[in-house]
Design a protein around this ligand. Structure first.
Ligand code: IPM
Ligand code: MG
Length: 361
């Protein structure tokens, strides 16, 4: 029997609509091969939503996302909205949908494609074989802690405040996700914090230690975030699964992404304890190349694959898209961000067509 899924599409801003179009064409192509049927419904978020409704996450968008089986997001943001009050900025819409869907676990794999080894700014022998999963806590920490704001002191001087806070329960649930993932990978988990300075990190470390007792098969280590940032570029192969809080995860996942040559290659999955997951590339909306057919759609394609694998439990359809990505790289197709001499330089649409050709529909 045909399995039907309702998928909310959030193309967003900048290159978002271009790369989303590619992902949708791939999903449409794999659907009949695995007896799936997608009902796609687009909704505005970010700058596009600000223009349409004045808000970066209209209530209708959140409501529709909640009613769907999965949410596929492209990217949000652009210079023209950067000076708006924080509540109306595109980024606020992204944080609000993560919070609104309860997506506390953000999975960001950084895997090297052998064909792109020379696209990395690091030496081949350093990055060869890198396969890291960053598990970032996504709905807590300094992004959401109270108090926050810019306050005026009695002297008239302004003081900006954010609060890095984690409750035990918040740490436990992300730690559990990370241990489960590490167990299915190479059985190594590195928890990253700043426990030499921050109390919130000490609690983080204590709770992760406690959780480790239930996972004797997983080898747990701890690193301070400054050291972790250094180790990631010094010897990235030492890492298997990394678990860390919201801010450190934001930073380290960009760094891990760059090991692979281009942040334009990396997908992510954001999951809660129930309800639809949200799947999006790690990269941003790249307003400088928007509308020029230059964007790399591969992270978006891989996000659609993550949606199939982690959101809809369709691992075979996911593998099909992942194989198509590997195939186009083998065939030498490259967008500008991953181009090296001798390769076939293509735009976003042509890359999409090359992917489709490899899906063999
Ligand atoms: C990310 C982005 C977002 C974040 C921004 C756009 C709010 O950098 O998804 O990593 O900081 O979480
Ligand atoms: Mg980021």
């Amino acid at each position: 029997m045909t399995q039907q899924y309702r998928v909310t599409l959030l193309p967003g801003d900048g290159i978002g609509p271009e790369i989303m179009a590619v992902a949708v064409s791939l999903l449409k192509a794999v659907a009949p091969q695995f007896d799936l049927e997608f009902q796609f419904q687009s909704a505005p978020i970010g700058g596009a939503a600000i223009e349409a409704t004045g808000e970066p996450l209209p209530p209708e968008t959140l409501a529709q996302a909640k009613e769907s089986d999965a949410v596929l997001l492209a990217a949000i943001g652009g210079y023209q909205w950067d000076s708006l009050p924080r509540a109306q900025r595109p980024e606020t819409g992204l944080l609000a949908i993560r919070e609104g869907l309860g997506l506390f676990a953000n999975l960001r794999p950084a895997t090297i494609f052998p064909e792109l080894l020379d696209a990395s700014s690091l030496k081949r022998e350093v990055v060869e074989g890198v396969d890291i999963m960053v598990v970032r806590e996504l709905t807590g920490g300094i992004y959401f802690g109270q108090p926050k704001g810019i306050f005026t002191l009695e002297t008239g001087e302004k003081r900006g405040v954010n609060t890095m806070a984690y409750r035990e329960g918040e740490i436990d649930r992300i730690a559990k996700v990370a241990f489960e993932i590490a167990r299915k990978r190479r059985g190594k988990l590195c928890s990253v914090d700043k426990a030499n300075v921050l109390d919130v990190s000490q609690l983080w470390r204590d709770r992760v230690e406690l959780m480790a007792q239930s996972y004797p098969d997983v080898e747990l280590s701890h690193l301070y975030v400054d050291n972790a940032a250094m180790q990631l570029v010094r010897a990235p192969r030492q890492f298997d699964t990394i678990v860390t809080g919201n801010l450190f995860g934001d930073i380290l996942s960009d760094e891990a992404a760059m090991l692979t040559g281009s942040i334009g290659m990396l997908p992510s999955a954001s999951l809660g304890s129930s309800g639809p997951g949200l799947f999006e590339p790690v990269h941003g909306s790249a307003p400088d190349i928007a509308g020029q057919d230059k964007a790399n759609p591969l992270a978006q394609a891989l996000s659609a694959a993550m949606m199939l694998r982690y959101g809809l439990d369709q691992p075979q359809a996911a593998a099909k898209i992942e194989e198509a990505v590997k195939a186009v790289l083998r065939q030498g197709y490259r967008t500008g961000d991953i181009f090296s001499p001798g390769a076939r330089l293509v735009g976003c649409q042509a890359m999409g067509e090359a992917l489709l050709a490899n899906l063999g529909s």
